[in-house]
Write a protein that binds this ligand. Structure first.
Ligand code: NAD
Length: 483
């Protein structure tokens, strides 16, 4: 199979916060990999812009070090790195002051794609957007890329949207949710809408329930102070899990274009019922081999959750009666993200009870190894009569695509190239983000008002016992967490 890399047009990409952690770990190495793959042209310019007072040479050294640390050896070619570093520039700039902005303007060219990546805290979004306009740096067709967290509730998200839209049109704003950049997430749409097999069954009549899991083995680490103000609901459910839920549950858009897809996702969020208190389990990992959550955040009284499981319902014709179970947490048994669609068993077994009853399960794995797996029922081989068993029809990308899988762009690379192409399909629209907060806020307010304490769970486990009960009371079980 020959991979097709379609180069993007020459661009100027300004990275505000170019010396920060996200730029160093993800954005700059990702851009290098696209350069190595032949997708980013030599004529492109990447301009780091940050408070750090340094010259271009020092910034290039930082970029070279980031490539050495975060790009696999196979892709680190000396000539290629040199050519990439030639594309790099730097401006010392204060987002809240006047210094550096004129210099930045002088570096921006007239006839290239123009993009500004806001890789800084959301407190600076408004300042930067305003200066891009007042210093007449951003053109009418400029694109801006903003990072999560996009607000911490509906009010703050509205305020951020207001600050951005005072200076830019919605068609220029790219709100990143890197889960949407994952190959499998797009494959979910390919599987649903590119095959005749699934879509007729994709509804409450045939789907028993859906599970969406994003489990991490790491704790909150050095982000304790930030995380403690946020928690799993704000940090993961409102954005990543919600996006996965939307793509799984949405109606087929008329075409694969940004607004058609985002309109359908928005309808799903608006059709979500409020979640009953009994259908939410929150947890905190306790002390074990590593410090517990309360030690990590240095707040012995914290009631912020590092784990959450909840059952939600979508009140529309397609999904009425099919629950969607979401769970995410830190310090769990495995690092694993997947969407699992559990179909109902056949309405009648012609083989009798002794053959056993099985049901099809479609799992869409986002990590560790991206792929899609469908369990189908066959006859247990050999003599002994008709007994049924499940076998997987497995399509791991690494196996199916061989070497090509190793060269697949990661989520950030893909999304940045989408920005350069001007394709907003895999980015969240302002109204989607607000609708997601409008659903999340009352749940958080309710448990805060009740003063509810998270349940404790062991490190390396599947979360609190109570999360198991959430399923058991519905006579269902969570999928095993596998590495
Ligand atoms: P960071 O603290 O490591 O870097 C912040 C950057 O902003 C630095 O380059 C700093 O010089 C610059 N900066 C700060 N104040 C400035 C000012 N007044 N003027 C100009 N530049 C200024 O932060 P980070 O981890 O890189 O995160 C950046 C954003 O991305 C944050 O909103 C964060 O929540 C989000 N994010 C980060 C990650 C990650 O993995 N680091 C993941 C997802 C989202």
């Amino acid at each position: 199979m020959v991979s097709r890399v379609i180069p993007v047009d020459a661009f100027d990409l300004v990275i505000f916060g170019g010396t920060g952690d996200l730029a160093r770990r993800k954005i700059l190495p990702g851009l290098y990999r696209r350069f190595w793959a032949g997708q980013m042209p030599d004529e492109a310019r990447i301009i780091g812009a940050a408070r750090t007072d340094q010259d271009v040479a020092a910034f290039r050294t930082m970029v070279a070090e980031a490539i050495a640390e975060f790009v696999s050896e196979r892709k680190r070619d000396a000539d290629c790195i040199k050519r990439f570093l030639d594309c790099i520039d730097y401006v010392t700039l204060d987002a809240r002051g006047e210094a550096g902005w004129k210099e930045l303007k002088s570096k921006c060219r007239a006839n290239t794609v123009q993009a500004f990546y806001f890789s800084v805290g959301p407190g600076l979004f408004g300042d930067i957007a305003e200066r891009l306009r007042s210093f007449k740096i951003a053109r009418q067709d400029a694109r801006i890329v903003v990072e999560k967290p996009f607000g911490r509730d509906l009010a703050t998200a509205k305020e951020l949207n207001r600050e951005l839209s005072a200076n830019f049109d919605e068609s220029q704003i790219y709100r990143i949710d890197h889960y949407l950049g994952k190959e499998t997430v797009q494959n979910l749409m390919a599987v649903r809408f590119g095959n005749v097999l699934f879509e007729p069954l994709w509804n409450a009549q045939y789907v028993d329930h859906v599970q969406i899991t994003v489990a991490e083995t790491v704790g909150v680490g050095g982000r304790g102070a930030y995380y403690d103000k946020s928690g799993a609901m704000r940090d993961m459910v409102q954005n990543h899990l919600m996006q996965l839920l939307c793509l799984t549950a949405m109606e087929p858009p008329a075409k694969f274009d940004p607004d058609a897809v985002r309109d359908e996702k928005l309808k799903v969020i608006r059709a979500l019922d409020p979640v009953e208190a009994d259908d939410i389990v929150r947890g905190q990992y306790r002390e074990g081999a590593e410090p517990g959550y309360l030690q990590d955040v240095e707040n012995p009284d914290s009631r912020t959750e590092s784990f959450i499981a909840l059952k939600c319902h979508i009140s529309n014709w397609r999904w009425k009666g099919t629950p969607f179970y979401l769970r995410t947490g830190k310090r769990m048994a495995a690092r694993m993200s997947e969407i699992v669609v559990h179909f109902k068993p056949t309405p009648h077994s012609i083989f009798g009870e002794e053959a056993g009853t099985k049901a099809n399960v479609l799992s869409i794995r986002l990590q560790p190894d991206e792929g899609i797996d469908l369990s189908v029922t066959i006859k247990e081989p050999g003599p002994g009569g008709m007994r049924l068993m499940d076998v997987p029809l497995d399509m791991s990308f690494a196996e199916a695509l061989g070497e090509e899988a190793a060269d697949m762009p990661d989520a950030y690379e893909r999304l940045i190239m989408d920005v350069m192409r001007g394709n907003q399909t895999l980015f969240m629209r302002g109204d989607e983000v607000e609708a997601a907060w409008a659903w999340t806020d009352p749940l958080i307010e309710a448990w805060t008002r009740r003063g509810s304490k998270p349940c404790s769970y062991a490190q390396g486990s599947t979360g609190p016992e109570e999360a198991m009960m959430l399923m058991h009371k519905d006579r269902r079980r969570w999928r095993e967490l596998e590495q």
